[in-house]
Design a protein around this ligand. Structure first.
Ligand SMILES: [Fe+2]
Ligand SMILES: [Fe+2]
Length: 136
């Protein structure tokens, strides 16, 4: 079973932004797979997936922050601070002797963040901007 599964209901209609989320899901699932199979997932296997996940995360939090400001999302500062802490956690994997447990913690935080009320409220706000109710 996949670690995290994309659902159509997560889409906002902002296609580039939705694509970033989907890429993060794919990379998170690949990383989790490597962590679940210590025999096949060597550090050399993990490194490129980890780097891709880190880079995509950096791009994504920039995009999400811009969209939050544009949409006037009230808790934008707190949400962006949480992103900053998450990027720092991910970056710290480069300087730890226990990469696997750090990445496992990061993946669980990623999932919890995506499923959090704050993230889902923002997705709902974007959806309402993309598909405003039409007057009848
Ligand atoms: Fe996000
Ligand atoms: Fe977020």
């Amino acid at each position: 079973m996949a670690f995290i599964t994309w659902k159509e209901s997560y889409e906002t209609g902002f296609t580039a932004y939705d694509a970033q989320h989907q890429t993060l899901f794919r990379l998170a699932n690949r990383l989790q797979d490597l962590l679940d199979h210590p025999g096949s997932g060597t550090s050399q296997d993990i490194a490129p997936v980890y780097m891709a996940f880190l880079e995509m995360t950096r791009d994504h939090v920039r995009t999400e922050d811009e969209l939050m400001r544009w949409a006037g999302y009230a808790p934008a500062d707190d949400h962006d601070a949480a992103h900053g802490r998450f990027v720092e956690l991910l970056e710290s994997a480069q300087a730890t002797s226990d990469v696997r447990s750090l990445l496992q913690t990061a993946l669980l935080k990623f999932k919890a963040h995506f499923e959090s009320e704050e993230e889902q409220a923002f997705l709902a706000l974007l959806r309402s901007r993309q598909y405003p109710p039409t007057a009848s």
